[in-house]
Ligand binder design. Structure first.
Ligand code: ARG
Length: 463
């Protein structure tokens, strides 16, 4: 067969078209078609500016805008034929535009390059994902706040080293995640604010000799301002890296929460029951109800952090300004964003549906001498004992309870007095798990009153 014709977009100096392998490694249309809407938005802003500046005629600008509208409809209705020979979304759209409106299409690319075009498209896309992450996190926080409100005074074991430490409240535990997800939300909002500058008009790398108005295109696309340096504008991918960094931290939080749900829903713990809607069965063991959603969310950090590392490595060592390496910036960001949004939605569903087993929580809360610290604090407060001595006395009492096979509140007063004669019956006021949590009134502490106050404050902030 004869040689393929050269590329219609840039093939002027080429005698032949690319090898099939060249075409395969070069084409990004397989994935960057996801930027179609952003690409058309960018082109509409650009052509309106070109007309306002007298760079293209009003008639050509109108033909281009109408044509872009038709291309958008074809893509939305899946009537558009994406062609690998046209490399990427930018050239696919422009080529179709010229089929629809003819020669005027060739004026759209005046004062612009694919370098600033792709930087703009991708920024718009990542900016939308920041907004989606904020919305997803807000929904998750609401679900957790409802859990916290319902169980503000349900007592459960608090763990360190996954060993029973001190009793806490269910509401307090839920609020710990609210705090984490609130920081994640703030990270996405910060990243969004920083990325909200427009690369369009940087052209290939040096700016353009056409009298363009970068403020106009920036504002038309919802950016705060144009980026100040054209070299930076086409070579920067910090915005995607910041998104991925925020996503990785958020995925880490989701993973921790998932791990707890996996543990808590086991027959050994029975702290929570996950709804049928967010569990699965086993094909062989009929009794099983598996926390698959939690396990999958627990795993998503792998691909999200992987995307972050991959893009950092792609960008590392790249000279200014644009290099084709940067075409490798998109696929994993798309995947990371999809994974994060799905994980957030699944976690929100699980959090809304799950039922805490309050009696099991309370029973477990008392196990493992979880009120030993309360006993020691009482010796300090009431008998004026130095804490180190109180720690020692309490240890001896715990050993007695262990030998007697009972928990601290069940140990007879005489047994405690044998360790220290100053102990009175008053001690029993602090030994129960309910007394314990109610006494933790310090700001940020686990007392039900504190939990209710925090829930109310968060609900007001989320209004
Ligand atoms: N598909 C390219 C990318 O994703 C668009 C920019 C191409 N620029 C160029 N100078 N070849 O990066």
């Amino acid at each position: 067969m004869g040689t393929k014709a050269s590329n219609q977009m840039w093939g002027g100096r080429f005698a032949s078209g690319p090898d099939a392998i060249m075409e395969a490694i070069n084409a990004s249309i397989g994935f960057d078609r996801r930027l179609a809407d952003q690409d058309i938005d960018g082109s509409l802003a650009h052509v309106a500016m070109l007309a306002a500046q007298g760079i293209v005629s009003p008639a050509d600008a109108e033909a281009i805008s109408d044509g872009l509208g038709r291309v958008r409809a074809e893509i939305a209705e899946e009537r558009f034929e994406f062609k690998p020979a046209l490399e990427d979304i930018h050239m696919n759209i422009e080529a179709r535009l010229s089929e629809i409106i003819g020669d005027a299409a060739g004026r759209l690319h005046t004062g612009r390059s694919r370098n600033d075009q792709v930087a703009t498209d991708f920024r718009l896309w990542v900016r939308d994902q920041c907004d989606a992450a904020v919305a997803g996190l807000t929904a998750l926080m609401r679900a957790l706040l409802d859990q916290a409100e319902a169980g503000a005074d349900w007592v459960m074991p608090g763990f360190t080293h996954l060993q029973t430490a001190q009793p806490v409240t269910w509401g307090h535990h839920m609020l710990a995640y609210v705090e984490m997800f609130a920081r994640d939300r703030a990270r996405f909002a910060d990243a969004r604010a920083r990325m909200n500058e427009c690369p369009l008009g940087a052209a290939a790398l040096a700016g353009t000799s056409f009298p363009i108005d970068r403020e106009a295109t920036a504002h038309a696309l919802g950016f705060d301002r144009p980026m100040a340096n054209s070299l930076d504008a086409v070579s920067d991918r910090d915005f995607a890296l910041e998104f991925l960094a925020a996503a990785s931290i958020c995925a880490m939080h989701l993973s921790r929460m998932s791990e707890e749900l996996v543990i808590w829903s086991s027959a050994q713990f029975r702290f929570v029951t996950l709804s049928d809607r967010f569990s699965t069965g086993s094909s062989i063991m009929p009794q099983k109800k598996n926390p698959d959603a939690a396990e999958l969310i627990r795993a998503k950090i792998g691909r999200i952090l992987g995307a972050q590392v991959a893009l950092l490595v792609v960008m590392k060592g790249l000279p200014l300004a644009y290099s084709k390496d940067m075409q490798e910036d998109k696929e994993q960001v798309f995947d990371a964003a999809d994974s994060l949004m799905l994980a957030l939605a699944a976690m929100t569903g699980m959090a809304q549906d799950m039922t805490a087993n309050a009696p099991a929580l309370e029973e477990a809360a008392g196990a493992g001498f979880s009120t030993a610290t309360d006993l020691a604090d009482w010796l300090v407060r009431v008998l004026g004992m130095p804490f180190r001595e109180a720690h020692h006395v309490t240890g001896a009492i715990v050993a007695k309870a262990e030998a007697a096979g009972c928990d601290l509140p069940e140990l007879p007063l005489e047994a405690m007095q044998a360790v220290h004669p100053g102990i009175t019956a008053q001690i029993f006021d602090v030994l129960g798990v309910r007394n314990s949590v109610a006494s933790r009134q310090s700001y940020g502490g686990t007392a039900p009153d504190q939990v209710r106050a925090q829930v109310a404050a968060w609900k007001e902030r989320l209004e």
